[in-house]
Each structure stands twice: as structure tokens, then as C-alpha cells.
Design a binder for this molecule. Sequence first.
Ligand SMILES: *Cc1c(COP(=O)(O)O)cnc(C)c1O
Length: 452
Amino acid sequence: MFPTYESPTIKKLNAGMMNKFGSRTEYTPVKFIDNVAVADLMDKYGSPLFVISERTIRQNYQKALKAFKMRYPKVQFAWSYKTNYLDAVCKVFHQEGSWAEVVSGFEYQKAIRNGVPGNLIIFNGPDKSKEDLILAVKNRSLIHIDHFDELYMLIEILEEIKDTKARVAIRVNMDTGIYPQWDRFGFNYDNGQAWNAIVKIIAQEKLQLEGLHCHIGTYMLTANAYAVAARKMCELALKYSNTTGENIKYIDMGGGFCSANTLKGSYLQGADIIPTFDDYAEAITNTILQFGFRPDELPLLILETGRALIDEAGYLLGTVLATKRLADGRRATVLDTGVNIMFTSFWYNHRVSPAQDFSQHAEETVLYGPLCMNIDCLRESVLLPLLKKGDRIVVHEVGAYNMTQWMQFITLRPNIVMIDTKGEVHLIRKQETVNTIVDCEIVPEHLKKFVI
Ligand SMILES: *Cc1c(COP(=O)(O)O)cnc(C)c1O
């Protein structure tokens, strides 16, 4: 390689100075992921590259499940497909015993293809088509009704399907002391709408109300909000059994538990302030256990936690394309990992580590992605050692939402590999090619030829 040249600038040197967290810095080189060399992964699979640790998924899953099972006798997790619906990832969760939680016909199809039995699929979301609902009814899936229009559509559908009942729950939204309230999904508890939906369901012979569902928000920093929500769910369950003489079979508390990422604008590091699985489990299970159900009538507790189980298992490896001085003297580093594949960089300050040894000197740096677009900025300001062209970096905790919310903009999406629990590396999604994109396009006959 040619030596890289950077023209000198005069700057105040503050190496070794404490930052606002004391002597903690964001930079230690990360050369291995689960004992596999980062350099080897990038040599073989290119850059950028997503890496998923199967071991971390399983460890986090087991830790979370244990936090609930120690406290409550009947617990079931359902994997939130939209958080990461790569087949390989979903199958790890299904091997661990997770049901599937889906929010669209597409995700529903994916769960069926993955081999999840229909009766273990929870169908959430405001957009279920008539065809989706017919399939879900026939498969005995748990349909979580989001609004009255869906309820009426379901009732109509059931008139056409003979001798079949639908297994349903309603999604409930409520004031939990966290604002803004998530009141756009489901039926409101506090103004009586949820109960109104329940009495309409009770009146329908072909609707079987099995559960109550809520998903009160995402990245919930206070476990107590779940206690408030659980109490309101229990109130509804009790009112239901008093009215019908039957019991609600399950209470589904949704997801929203924090991963250790740091929200933009947060003064403290995410890892230092987020509640643990034990905190969430304590808030939810204490509320249900103390509510007054007979021990043999305790509802099954379902959880749809997404990001908290997968974020930490995902890494994004990238390469420095260039370094620059901005007009105001700030140091800028251009990486090949942009917001196109790191959607979550819009709200998280992702931790970035160099993947090789570096000098002691560090400087506040702006990290840009490769897109020809001004918003492609991963970190406005991060203290990093001086990276140079060709250096490699590791972005941490990108397992949640990036591999589903990524966009095909300007460039193609990269390879994804999974490191299994024995340290073997598997390609689980191939990088896209021009054909991946143009195969969906159709050029009208009159536009096929041109002369310039
Ligand atoms: C997105 C979603 C989840 C998962 O949320 P996380 O914040 O990733 O835990 C669970 N349930 C429903 C209904 C969702 O929409």
C-alpha cells in the first residue's frame, strides 16, 4: 500500500483528558467476534458486512426467559419478526422455543415458511387483508384485533367460513405515565373503548377471546410503566371473567424492553441506565401475581421482546474510505457503512471501535457514510483514534431493525454472516447484485432503444 498523506493542522491536544464519563473511552480495538478474526471475515465476505453471533442470541434469550420463569409459572416468548426476520435468526429463536409474532401478511408467510405451526403465530398490526385473515383463521392463529374495522371484517369473514371459530385477542392501549401515549394501535383502556370491543366480541359466537395484548412503547426506560399496563390488563381480564364466567387464557405484554444502545441526546450511556430483564420481569409478574387470580387460573404470560434480544448479537463491519478536514477544522472520516444499512443511527449513537491497533492520539471526529446525501452521518461527534484510509471498524449493537428497515438507496445491501456456537461462519444472506434490483423492473417497449 502507498503511504497515506494528510496535511497537518494545528489543534489543541487533549489526549488523555477525561471525558464526561471519567476515563472511559469508546476506543479499544475489536479484532475478534466470538473468536473469529474480523480481518478474516472482511477478507472473505467483503465490506461492509453484517455479522450475527448465534451464541449471543441464545445467551440473551435464555437470560431473559429465566428472569420471567423464575418469577412466574407460565411464560411464553414470541419472536418479533419485524425486529429481524432473517430466516436464520428466526430459526434460532424458534429452536429456543419462541413462537412467532408477525405484523403483516408478508411476515405471516415468512413464519409459515419457517415451519412455525399456525396456532403458534401471533398476528398483530393494523394492516391485515381479508386474505390474511382467512388464512389466519384457518390456521388457528392468534389474531390480535387492532381496530373496529378489522373486527367487523373478521365477523363478515366468519359468516363465509363454515363451522370455524377465530381465536382472537384485542390490542389495548392505555396511559402508563409515559408520553406521548401510544394510542394509535388497538383499543383504548382508559376511555372504555377496549371494554366496548370486548363486549362486541363476547356477543359473537364465532369469536373466541383468548387473550389481551398490549405493546406500550419501545425502548421503555421505566419498568414501572409495565406494572401500570399489567394492572390494567388484569382489570380487563377480571371484568371479562365476571361477565362471562370464562377466563382469559393469556396476557401478552408485548415488547419494548431496551437494548444497551445509547439514544441520541442521552447524557448517560445506555448500558448504565436501562432496566434489566429482572427489573421488567419483577414489575410485570408482581402485578399479575398480586392481582388475585386463583393459582390454577393464572393467565399465560406472553412476551414479544425484540430489540433487547437481538441488538447486541449484531455487528456491522466497515472500512474507512477517506479522511478529511472540514472547513471549520473538524476531523471527518468517511466510512462505507451509511444510514442506508444503519437505519438505527437516526436515533442511536452507535458505539464504533477500530478493528486494528492505533495510535494513542484521539480526536473528536464526525463519521460519515458513503452516500451522496447530506443526512448520511453516523456520529456527529465521537472521540476516536485517528483512522486512515483502509482501516476497518466495528459498529456495535446493530442486530435490531437494521436488517429489516435498511433501504436500497444508491448502493446495494451487503452480505450477512452468522457465527454459530462452535465458531463456524455461515453466509445467511447474500449481498445484492444489480440483478436483484433490475429483475423487478419492466421497461416499456418504446423505451428500449435510444441513440444519444
Ligand atoms: C415492534 C413490536 C414488538 C417488538 O418491539 P421491541 O421494541 O423490538 O421489543 C413487539 N410487539 C409488537 C406488537 C410490535 O409492534
